[in-house]
Design a binder for this molecule. Structure first.
Ligand SMILES: *Cc1c(COP(=O)(O)O)cnc(C)c1O
Length: 385
């Protein structure tokens, strides 16, 4: 089965991890800060806080922005559940903003409309989490302008988008948000097995996230109540977690980061070839904003209603032909856990329509031209048979 995504691990990657295994530190050594620095500097952000997953990064990002009971977090319904769950972890309530039918990202028009209603009803969000679906940035200029008008914080969920660019700057530079979060899960653009990072330009937020990652403990006398008892001293000043990344993971991440631009370039070439090869079929290929370079984590097609095959048939025929397609994503508000909170089918019609038609085709840097042709043939046959 040709997978929809897969990691690329080289001999050098293995050696870098092996070196850490033979060193004094498996965790809390020099590799994690080196990786943090490297990612932050790649993005043009001041600080990076590495953690054991993007889910953890989203959680501590929300906490660092003081999200809590009585607050609202809004995100897109077309995302992985983690983008919404982070709000619930903090005791906040979660709501969604429907997607734009062209980009499949959070619709800035729907956001503006929902904000003006929420203002009248006195339930404005404290945090909005735009998700850069498939690696293409959201309309951050508009979302940022709305954040100034309505006073909410922004956490960019860039789990798909490391290596992408928006208006000539790297995703994660922080011009339009408080914090940006990346995922290093093996299906994502670069990997540390499990892993994630939050980048920010705000030193206080960075310090707070670093503390929350490690039990809420500080070794900085400036942050302590009273004076340190001695050089061994630390204080727990709030309730944190063990969300640390290991040095093994960071060593792998550093290796992968060095190949990030090559990966993204290859992904974009593959995407452009799909675009061309599928143009005569009754499927909609992903529209790209002219001011973005997408990280191209996913390549999704929509099976048009007049295609003569349903998405389900398309999915099954491709799987039968050895193409490991997938579906991204089931709208979060239709998950049983969210339905139990009062959401209903029909709440976000564009998201639901997208879900009904979408299939993710294989997209990863080691996908060969030859194998991509196989996928294209399979898609063509799935429609024509
Ligand atoms: C993968 C993903 C996450 C969670 O990442 P983990 O590193 O697996 O915790 C969050 N948001 C989006 C959009 C994702 O795709």
């Amino acid at each position: 089965m040709i997978p929809y995504g897969r990691q690329d691990i080289t001999e050098d990657d293995i050696q870098a991890v092996e070196q850490v295994l033979r060193s004094d530190w498996l965790t809390q050594g020099p590799m994690v800060p080196r990786f943090e620095q490297a990612v932050a500097s790649y993005c043009g952000a001041a600080h990076g806080v590495a953690v054991n997953s993007a889910t953890s990064a989203l959680h501590i990002a929300c906490l660092a922005l003081d999200l809590g009971p009585g607050d609202w977090l809004w995100t897109s319904p077309i995302t992985f559940v983690a983008s919404a769950n982070c709000g619930l972890y903090c005791g906040a309530r979660v709501d969604f903003v429907d997607i734009d039918p062209l980009t499949y990202n959070m619709s800035p028009e729907a956001l503006a409309e929902k904000l003006s209603v929420a203002e009248r009803e006195g339930r404005l969000p404290k945090v909005v989490v735009p998700v850069h679906l498939c690696g293409q940035s959201c309309d951050m200029v508009t979302i940022h302008a709305l954040s100034k008008r309505y006073g909410f914080h922004i956490i960019e969920d860039a789990s798909h988008a490391i290596g992408g660019r928006y208006k000539r700057e790297p995703v994660g530079c922080g011009r339009y948000s408080d914090i940006t979060v990346f995922s290093f899960h093996p299906v994502k653009i670069i990997t540390t097995a499990e892993g994630g990072m939050a980048v920010t330009n705000d030193e206080e937020i960075a310090k707070r996230m670093a503390r929350l990652r490690s039990h809420g403990i500080s070794r900085d006398p400036q942050e302590m109540v009273g004076n340190p008892d001695g050089p061994w001293y630390y204080q727990q000043i709030e309730l944190g977690f063990n969300y640390r990344m290991t040095d093994l993971q960071a060593a792998l991440g550093l290796q992968q980061l060095a190949r990030l631009d090559t990966y993204v370039a290859r992904r974009n070439r593959l995407a452009m070839h799909y675009d061309k090869a599928l143009v005569h079929l009754p499927v909609t290929t992903p529209w790209q904003r002219p001011d973005c370079v997408s990280g191209r984590h996913l390549y999704t097609i929509r099976v048009n209603p007049q295609a003569g095959v349903s998405r389900r048939t398309m999915f099954e025929r491709l799987r039968e032909r050895g193409v490991g397609v997938n579906v991204h994503y089931i709208p979060v508000h239709t998950q049983p856990y969210y339905l139990a909170m009062g959401f209903q089918d029909g709440d976000f019609p564009e998201a639901e329509r997208y879900y009904g038609e979408t299939v993710s085709l294989p997209m990863f840097p080691t996908l060969t031209d030859h194998t991509q042709e196989e996928v294209i043939r399979a898609v063509t046959q799935a429609i024509q048979s």
